[in-house]
Write a new protein. Structure first.
Length: 84
């Protein structure tokens, strides 16, 4: 169970780093821009939108890391090392 938890934690931490970089890039690139698409409107990247982006990143990491974590938790250590 500890192995599954560590694999899942690693997936979530890596995704959180990527989500933070992605939301920062979105904020820098799009906040305050004027967009012409059938009309004129101003983009605003708010704190709730940044939080939503981070939450989606962590949720996707949780779903994507669940199956490898379960598999890693079920394998014996020696067998898992030989599989690599």
């Amino acid at each position: 169970m500890a192995v599954a938890g560590s694999v899942l934690l690693e997936a979530m931490l890596l995704a959180l780093i990527g989500a933070v970089l992605g939301t920062l890039l979105a904020w820098l690139a799009f906040d305050g821009r004027v967009v012409y698409s059938g009309g004129v409107f101003r983009l605003h990247v708010s704190v709730p939108l940044l939080a939503l982006g981070l939450a989606w990143g962590v949720a996707i990491a949780l779903l994507g890391g669940a199956f490898p974590a379960i598999r890693a938790g079920r394998l014996e250590a020696a067998r898992a090392l030989r599989a690599v």
